[in-house]
Design a protein around this ligand. Structure first.
Ligand code: FES
Length: 80
């Protein structure tokens, strides 16, 4: 089964870090040879701008993402 990552690219989340987080995710997938086992898409807004920047991984929405939290979530979800 493929993992799914949806990164919010709405203006609020994009400006607050998801611009950088998108690059970090792409780099992580490439470095770990996971590009084929993860579907990465963008969304326009998750209607949770207040708690952004938001990223959804395998259906679970995570808010207040920063670089460190992102790396932890990626390794937790994608290591199985
Ligand atoms: S812009 Fe990301 S939740 Fe609204």
């Amino acid at each position: 089964m493929k993992h799914e990552i949806v990164i919010c690219m709405g203006s609020s989340c994009f400006a607050r870090g998801n611009k950088k987080h998108l690059l970090m995710i792409e780099q992580y997938l490439a470095e770990h040879g996971l590009s084929d086992s993860v579907v990465l898409t963008g969304s326009r807004c998750e209607d949770q701008c207040r708690t952004g920047p938001n990223i959804r991984i395998d259906g679970q929405l995570y808010g207040e993402i920063d670089g460190e939290r992102l790396m932890e979530l990626l390794s937790r979800h994608l290591s199985q």
